[in-house]
Structures are given as structure tokens and as C-alpha cells.
Design a protein around this ligand. Structure first.
Ligand code: AMP
Length: 475
């Protein structure tokens, strides 16, 4: 099969196949295989798919195909034929980048609009004919109120990351948008999770939808090496700084639960000589753009982000994700680690787990249906207090050989100590492996096979509580 034949078999137009080829995609991902023919056929679609599965191309390509099948004369200024709603400005911008990428060989015109920036350039842009509008709900409604935008010619509506939109309180805005749309239209709803609220929204919005579901990346993506480090909360900052500096890691995305926590950690890492930046909702748009651009280009080595701010960060081959704290919702763990190991590359996801976070760790492992391997604390760090009855076997095992896949210990198996080549001994191999690669940010398999690990010694405890960063920071 050549690089475009499998996409071609989905029935996409030639100009799109060329764009796909130029993007370097060999084969459609599972969500693309399922969604593209249905959307081309005009069906409403309810799709369960996370970021990282190729979902954006999964709806963008067939939408472009449908638009190309109709004369361009149908479009008019301020009256888009397709509206794609996204929860955050970062995601809107990324979706629009995909639209631009796949439509480059066509004469279709697209715009992106979100709040927090001057509305006047957007108004001017709407004075031209537009085919596809990608927008956050608040700014879209602003334009409708000002009558600079009219939704009466919308043929296709997409709700991307609908679960996030609901989590962030957009349901009323979504309903207001729906009232402005023509009754006759195609609706596509993409969501990482299918809560009752999503089902209810889907029921109101979709007309005999085709349901598509792809396995969450965590169950399919063996390429993400997941590890936990048990450590007391007060040692986490020093530990993360130590690990990143010792291992020479680059492009590390660190998740914190709170904006203040993210700020504090980024400041401390900066003091320790690492190029770190915080990404969260209290930052101005320009500060966020700067942080993201710096992270993409490698100037920023560590990006410390809250869940919402990190949502939709789309960087291919992001090699390292560290959970400074576990998320409050187990599913967010899947979203977080989905930042790494994307599009066929491999990644390492490390979670720092304090005794108070044990319960959340159990919930995550239940969700992902596996026990996450343990990585040993470096020598300079004190292990947290042992649980009553826990036994730590004294002997150590030889390090695992590079390029061998780890055998995950089944739940309930004995927990003897299983430690690697000496603490911190993996540091130089991390560096040498990554720099030897053609893409120096890529992580090689041996990189992740080296870290010292030990078996689990679980404590009981209640999940830590702190304020999540769930305040919308746009519109
Ligand atoms: P998404 O799930 O839409 O956020 O896409 C995740 C990443 O996968 C993006 O960087 C896309 O460029 C990439 N991608 C999408 N489709 C494919 C494909 N068929 N083959 C390889 N990479 C892809």
C-alpha cells in the first residue's frame, strides 16, 4: 500500500490526498478510517476520540471534501458554511492550523476567532467570503450579536472536545449557537468521554448519528512508558528539578493541579537553571503564545501547565510528560499522558505520587486496566513512610536490557524490590540516546528501558485536594 492509497480508498479528493501525502501520513488512523466515509456520506456523527488519535483530520478532511464538491460561489461574506466550535483558544488555533494544512491546495477560505484579542481584525476578515470558521463559543456569539457574523448558511457544525466545553460551562453558549443555525445541517460531535450530559447534548443535537469509538490511547498505546515515583509531597519540587537536570531531558511537559502551583514550580525550576515557563489561565494570551512557541522551538525546556491550559497542545513526538500531582479526575490522566507517544513515536510519562494520592492512583489504574510500574527514587531522596506490613526486599536486579519490553506485574503479584542499574545511572544513557537520534527530542526505547524501578508498596490514604484550574480563561 503506498502512502496515499488507503486514504484514497476512503474517497477523498485528490487535492486532499496531496496534502495528506505532504503531511507525511502513511495510513488513516482508526478514527479517520471510521469517520471519514460517514462524514463524506453526510451522516451525523457522535465520536469518542481523544486528542492524539488523529481526530482533527478525521473531521477536517471529509468536511473539506464535501465543500470541494460544491461550487465556491455558494459562499458569502460573514456567512460560513462550516462552524467548528472548540473549548479553548489554543485548541481553536490548532484546529485551524490543521484546516489550513489540509486545504492548502484548494481555494477554500477559513478563519479562526477567539476572545481575549482585538475583535476588529476579525470583523474585517468576516467581510470576505468564508467557508470554514473555527471559533470558541463566546467570541462567535459576540460576532453574531454585532451582526458581523451570520450562521444562517451553516451546513456543517462540529463540536470538538464537547466534554471539555460542558466541563467549562459552555452549555448555554452552545444552546444559543444552536438556535442561530439552520435546522437542516450535518452535526459532528467529538468528545473524549461520554458522560450522561454528553449523551443528552448528543440527543438534542444529532440526527440519527453514527456512533464511532476508538480505544483510548492508554489501552492501545504501549509506546507510552508509564511510571510512578512514590515520594513525599514536600520533596516533589526538588525531585523534578533533579530528574530533569540529571537526565538532560528536553521538552518536558509538567502537569500541576493549580495555577499557583504551576507558577511556583516554574519559578523554582528557573532558579535551578532550567528554562521553564508556566502555562495557565491567569497568563495573558501573549505570555501563553510565547511559552508555547518557546516550548515548540526548544527554548523552553520545561513547560509547567494546568490541565485546561495544556489541553490540545499539539506537538508531535513530545517525549516527556511528568505529573507533578495526579489529576483529580482519573480520565484526565489519560488526556495528560496522551500528550506524549503521539503519531507513532514513543514517550515517557512519569507520575510523582505522594501518600495522599494513593487512592487516585488506584482509580487511574482501574481506568487504564493496568498497574503502572514504579521507578526508584534517586539516592538523595528519602522514600516516603512505608505502609504497615510492607516489605522491601533488599536485593536488586540487574538492569533491564535495552529494547526489551517491560513485563507488567499483574495486580496482586508479589512486590519484591526490582531496581535498576543504580540510582541516577540512567541519566547519561538518556542523554546519549536522545542526542544520537535523528530527532534529538525523540526518545529512544532504551532511554525508557533503563530507569531503575522497584515494585509497588502501596499506602492507603485519601486523595489530595486542591483547587483545580477549571476557570475558563477566554471569551
Ligand atoms: P489530533 O488527534 O487531531 O490532535 O492529531 C494528533 C496528531 O496526529 C497531529 O499532530 C496530526 O498531525 C497527527 N496525525 C493525524 N493523522 C495522522 C495520520 N494518519 N498519520 C500520522 N499522523 C497523523
Amino acid at each position: 500500500m503506498n502512502s496515499t492509497s488507503s486514504f484514497a480508498s476512503l474517497g477523498l479528493a485528490d487535492s486532499l490526498l496531496q496534502a495528506i501525502h505532504a503531511a507525511g501520513y502513511d495510513q488513516p488512523t482508526p478514527i479517520q478510517q471510521q469517520a471519514i466515509p460517514q462524514i463524506i456520506a453526510g451522516s451525523d456523527v457522535l465520536a469518542a476520540a481523544q486528542t492524539g488519535t488523529g481526530k482533527t483530520a478525521g473531521f477536517t478532511l471529509p468536511i473539506l471534501h464535501r465543500l470541494l464538491a460544491q461550487p465556491l460561489a455558494k459562499r458569502s461574506p460573514g456567512r460560513p458554511r462550516v462552524v467548528i466550535l472548540a473549548p479553548t483558544r489554543e485548541l481553536a488555533a490548532q484546529v485551524h492550523e490543521s484546516v489550513l494544512l489540509y486545504s492548502q491546495g484548494t481555494r477554500l477560505r477559513s478563519l479562526v476567532m477567539y476572545g481575549g484579542v482585538n475583535i476588529n481584525p476579525q470583523i474585517r476578515a468576516l467581510q470576505q467570503p468564508v467557508d470554514i470558521l473555527v471559533a470558541t463559543p463566546g467570541r462567535l456569539l459576540d460576532h453574531c450579536q454585532q451582526k458581523t457574523l451570520h450562521l444562517d448558511q451553516v451546513e456543517i457544525l462540529v463540536l470538538d472536545e464537547a466534554d471539555r466545553m460542558l466541563d467549562m460551562g459552555f452549555i448555554h453558549d452552545i444552546r444559543r449557537v444552536l438556535r442561530l443555525l439552520p435546522k437542516q445541517r450535518q452535526n459532528l460531535l467529538f468528545s473524549a468521554t461520554f458522560s450522561n450530559e454528553i449523551r443528552e447534548l448528543a440527543h438534542q443535537l444529532l440526527n440519527q448519528p453514527v456512533e464511532i469509538s476508538v480505544a483510548p490511547r492508554n489501552t492501545t498505546a504501549d509506546r507510552i512508558d508509564q511510571q510512578v515515583i512514590h515520594v513525599d509531597a514536600h520533596q516533589k519540587t526538588a525531585l523534578i528539578s533533579h530528574m530533569i537536570r540529571e537526565s538532560g531531558w528536553h521538552q518536558v511537559l509538567v502537569f500541576c493541579r493549580t495555577k499557583h502551583g504551576a507558577n511556583r514550580l516554574a519559578e523554582r525550576l528557573t532558579k535551578d537553571g532550567l528554562q521553564a515557563a508556566a502555562l495557565h489561565g491567569n497568563k495573558s494570551q501573549s505570555a501563553r503564545t510565547r511559552a508555547l512557541d518557546g516550548f515548540k522551538t526548544g527554548k523552553v525546556v520545561v513547560l509547567v501547565a494546568t490541565d485546561i491550559a495544556a489541553r490540545g497542545i499539539d506537538i508531535d513526538q513530545l517525549p516527556y510528560v511528568i505529573n507533578f500531582e495526579l489529576p483529580q479526575v482519573a480520565e484526565d490522566y489519560v488526556h495528560r499522558i496522551g500528550r506524549t507517544g503521539r503519531a507513532g513515536s514513543e514517550g515517557l510519562a512519569i507520575s510523582l505520587v505522594a501518600p495522599a494520592e494513593q487512592r487516585m492512583l488506584h482509580s487511574i489504574e482501574k481506568l487504564i486496566k493496568r498497574t503502572i510500574d514504579e521507578r526508584a527514587l534517586p539516592d538523595d531522596f528519602e522514600p516516603p513512610a512505608r505502609p504497615v506490613g510492607a516489605v522491601d526486599a533488599p536485593e536488586r536486579e540487574a538492569p533491564r536490557k535495552a529494547n526489551t519490553r517491560r513485563q507488567h506485574r499483574p495486580k496482586g503479584a508479589p512486590t519484591g524490590r526490582r531496581s535498576g542499574a543504580g540510582r541516577g545511572g540512567n541519566a547519561s544513557s538518556d542523554r546519549s540516546n536522545s542526542s544520537a537520534s535523528t530527532n534529538e527530542r525523540r526518545t529512544s526505547t532504551s532511554d525508557r528501558s533503563a530507569p531503575a524501578r522497584r515494585s509497588r508498596s502501596r499506602r492507603s490514604g485519601s486523595a489530595a485536594r486542591s483547587t483545580p484550574d477549571n476557570v475558563p480563561y477566554f471569551d
